[in-house]
Write a protein that binds this ligand. Structure first.
Ligand code: HEM
Length: 406
């Protein structure tokens, strides 16, 4: 394929049916043709090689704040809403570091391990509610688990979990989607407003009754004598929901699909559950829930002889980088014993996913819990539906059939 016929714009997003069903051959064709693809339609430069993606994400000088991007670029047009307080994902130093430090303590590997028993109990309780042999793994399992876990971490009452899942799913559909219809935008804004009100209420309630939860931690936290503003706390809560819920659901869904598509790997994991940690890393590499991240050029960047100037959008394809044949032998093979499963599914550098350890633990516990409960688990004829949300890869429905052990 010559560079002029390479797909750009919508054709490089999950809105396009072919890309949605299987993005990897399309990304491979770009990798083979060029190091930098100028996507005129969306105003961004797309990078697909493992090493280029890594170098961009780890470059500490590049920006993330959409307000610094030039008008007409992807980041400015689709991620920059000047009216809203940005979350740390879209902040630069020093604010980024300040906010990240304030919320990072509960997400260290050791802190996350303290949630193991809670996560195990949540997984079992969610499995207990499934009462048919054929079920939608997303609606009945992979969706509820991360929502209940993060709700507990934020100290939110279980009775309110369903509404906040609905609001957060609706907001995420527009948050990273440059092609939202006016109806989707309106629904997303309404859901976003509902979430904001909800969190404002939760914060107010905590003021007089601080507890052992993340919202109370943020209210307590003081960095260099500075407290977080209510709007900043709301933004971080939104980010934890949006960044953490759909992505972990997608990891569990995509991971179980990879196992059912590869019965030899499923059998191996059943026989040797100790492989779960490596298996989850391979799931993250093989079918990454977040397909794209990005930065903004703070200077002229020259990668592959294509200079890109200050204020331009750099879009890093994590999905392509994780399937780069220059780095991974047989990259399209799902192999839970792969020796080198390092991947960039959690991005990299300053903005490296804060919830990575939590997501890993949830997926490990959830998948082993599911396999234990279902000694037989297979695809159902009702199939699956991939979501059409750009930058994310996951399913809205995934029907399976299992023989429950209990
Ligand atoms: C499988 C699940 C997940 C995936 C694939 C994922 C992926 C990512 C990616 C790609 C980034 C951007 C990194 C960059 O730009 O370099 C990110 C950032 C972030 N993620 Fe995750 N994430 C997941 C789960 C979670 C969870 C469970 C939470 C928290 C509850 C979370 C919280 C965050 C936060 C706060 C950031 C922004 C960090 C910063 O800007 O410093 N994520 N994640």
């Amino acid at each position: 394929m010559s560079e002029t016929t390479l797909p750009t714009g919508v054709a490089l997003t999950a809105i396009d049916e072919q890309f949605r069903e299987d993005p990897y051959p399309i990304l491979r064709s770009i990798q083979a043709a060029t190091r930098v693809l100028h996507d005129d339609e969306l105003g961004r430069y797309v990078y697909t090689s493992h090493d280029d993606v890594k170098a961009i994400l780890r470059d500490k000088d590049l920006w993330s704040d959409p307000r610094k991007a030039k008008p007409g670029t992807f980041t400015r047009e689709f991620l920059g809403n000047a009216d809203e307080e940005p979350s740390m994902l879209l902040m630069d130093e020093p604010d980024h570091r300040r906010l990240r430090m304030l919320v990072s303590k509960p997400f260290t590997p050791a802190a996350v391990q303290r949630w193991r028993a809670q996560i195990e109990a949540t997984v079992e309780a969610v499995l207990d509610r499934i009462d048919t042999e054929e079920f939608d793994l997303i609606a009945q399992f992979a969706g509820p688990v991360p929502t209940i876990v993060i709700a507990r971490m934020l100290g939110i009452d279980e009775s309110k979990v369903d509404s906040f899942k609905q609001w957060s799913d609706t907001s995420v559909r527009i948050a990273f989607n440059p092609f939202s219809t006016p109806e989707e935008l309106a629904a997303g804004e309404k859901a976003g407003a509902a979430l904001n009100d909800f969190f404002a209420g939760e914060i107010e309630a905590r003021r007089s009754n601080l507890g052992d939860d993340l919202i109370s931690d943020m209210l307590r936290a003081e960095e260099e004598g500075e407290t977080l503003s209510v709007q900043e706390i709301i933004s971080q809560c939104n980010l934890l929901l949006i960044a953490g819920n759909v992505t972990t659901t997608d990891l569990i869904g995509n991971g179980v699909k990879a196992l059912l598509d590869n019965p030899d790997q499923l059998a191996k994991l059943r026989a040797e559950p100790g492989l779960i940690e490596n298996a989850v890393e391979e799931m993250l590499r093989f079918d990454s829930p977040v397909t794209n991240s990005g930065r903004i050029a703070n200077r002229t960047i020259d990668i592959g002889g294509c200079p890109v100037h200050e204020g331009e959008s750099l879009s890093t394809s994590l999905a392509a980088a994780n399937h780069d044949p220059a780095v991974y032998p047989d990259p399209d093979k799902f192999d839970i014993e792969r020796e080198d499963t390092h991947h960039q599914a959690f991005g990299g550098g300053r903005h490296l996913c804060l919830g990575a350890h939590l997501a890993r633990l949830e997926a490990q516990v959830a998948i082993l819990g599911l396999l234990n409960r279902y000694p037989v688990l297979e695809h159902s004829e009702r199939g699956h539906v991939f979501a059409s949300v750009p930058s994310f890869r996951g399913m809205t429905e995934f029907w399976v059939r299992g023989e429950n052990q209990q």
